[in-house]
Design a protein around this ligand. Structure first.
Ligand code: KG4
Ligand code: ZN
Length: 347
């Protein structure tokens, strides 16, 4: 069975073709990075127009790369939310049209569920498993119980983890997107150079908070004044920030694992998903936490951590195999709590 997946919820226009035996036949991504870079962040209007302009060509390229035609597809999935509404509408409408013309099922996919299910595509892991979903808009611990069935254990009470990277990068005058820029700069820095706070550490739950850390970085940048022009000062702050985030993640993961093991004694894996899972320090932090608790640690290869069409196609396959599909009346959802999936009929 072959499925097409379309992702347009942020600044990547992506289409992939994936088979039910976990082969990625095509995975085409157009990044809008250069279009948004002058603005230091994603501009929703520019994103929507760019998706509209590029998506059809990308769909054609994906079919060519997979060496198939629409008639070979068993269904078409698209991100139905959460995300920037203009872009989501472009992807959903394209998928609905393909579904209508070719008489194949359409499946609207929750973007974060697709991140969470990716380790089943790459590593065939079994439900239930504990996932840290860490992206520009999300930061939560979720137990994946099955397609459409996810139990949220804890979330951020303010900024998402990727947002913290992105905002800190702006304070440091680093390039957009901030996560990779901070990781690169931190390589040359001393992580013990500055002492930064670790909000929530030690609390008996698995929620996150990053706003205090961001404020501390802002004050620190103010206090070093002219020195911020110095690349070493920037690298030292970037390294100290990244180290603080890693320690927060280590602590919160311990609590999440405790809850996961208590509720799901058969679970054996900790998974990292979302763009921040591309960060090597965060990956090794999670790997250590998993090892200490006798869990397997699974993180998709980096290009499958950031936004892509393969994760959407795979999530579509998971739903289709369980008999789920979406009505053509499906309305894109800019906000869509992950644990509401089953209740809204998407699960
Ligand atoms: O999942 P994703 O590609 O898009 C969203 O759904 O948000 O995640 C993007 C986020 C951005 O905040 C970006 O700065 C962050 O992931 N990110 C990273 C790294 N690569 C991407 N954060 C830290 N280190 C990285 N290497
Ligand atoms: Zn994402």
């Amino acid at each position: 069975m072959l499925l097409m997946g379309i992702e347009t919820s942020c600044d990547e226009t992506a289409t992939a073709v994936v088979s039910s035996d976990r082969q990625i036949l095509a995975n085409v991504i157009h990044s809008q990075l250069e279009e948004h870079r002058p603005f230091g962040g994603v501009v929703p209007e520019i994103a929507a127009r760019s998706h509209l302009q590029n998506l059809t060509g990308i769909i054609r390229s994906a079919l060519e790369e997979a060496q198939i035609g629409f008639e070979d597809l068993s269904g078409v999935a698209a991100t139905g939310g959460p995300g920037l509404i203009g872009g989501v509408m472009v992807g959903v409408m394209a998928a609905k049209s393909i579904s209508l013309v070719h008489g194949i099922p359409f499946i609207a996919i929750h973007h974060m569920e697709a991140h969470a299910l990716t380790p089943r595509l790459t590593d065939a892991i079994e439900f239930p498993y504990l996932a840290l979903l860490a992206s520009g808009g999300h930061c939560q611990f979720v137990v994946a119980e099955g397609p459409g069935r996810h139990h949220v254990l804890g979330s951020t009470i303010d900024d998402a983890i990727g947002e913290a990277f992105d905002k800190t990068a702006v304070l440091l005058g680093l390039e957009y997107p901030g996560g990779p820029a901070i990781e690169a700069s931190a390589k040359r820095g001393d992580a013990t150079a500055y002492k930064l706070p670790r909000p929530m550490v030690g609390r008996d739950n698995c929620d996150f908070s990053f706003s205090g850390l961001k404020t501390a970085v802002r004050k620190l940048v103010g206090s070093v004044n002219d020195e911020i022009e110095d690349k070493i000062v920037v690298s030292n702050i970037a390294a100290s920030f990244q180290h603080a985030v890693a320690e927060i993640v280590a602590d919160r993961t311990q609590y999440a694992i405790k809850q996961f093991k208590a509720k799901y004694p058969t679970g054996t894996s900790l998974v990292a998903a979302g763009g921040v899972a591309a960060n090597l320090l965060i990956r090794s932090t999670l790997d250590n936490a998993a090892q200490a608790a006798n869990l397997n640690f699974v993180a998709p290869p980096i290009p499958l951590c950031t936004d892509n069409g393969a994760m959407i196609a795979w999530a579509g396959l998971e739903h289709l195999r369980t008999g789920h599909q979406s009505p053509l009346e499906f309305a894109p959802r800019p906000r869509w709590p992950l644990d509401e999936l089953a209740a809204t009929g998407q699960g």
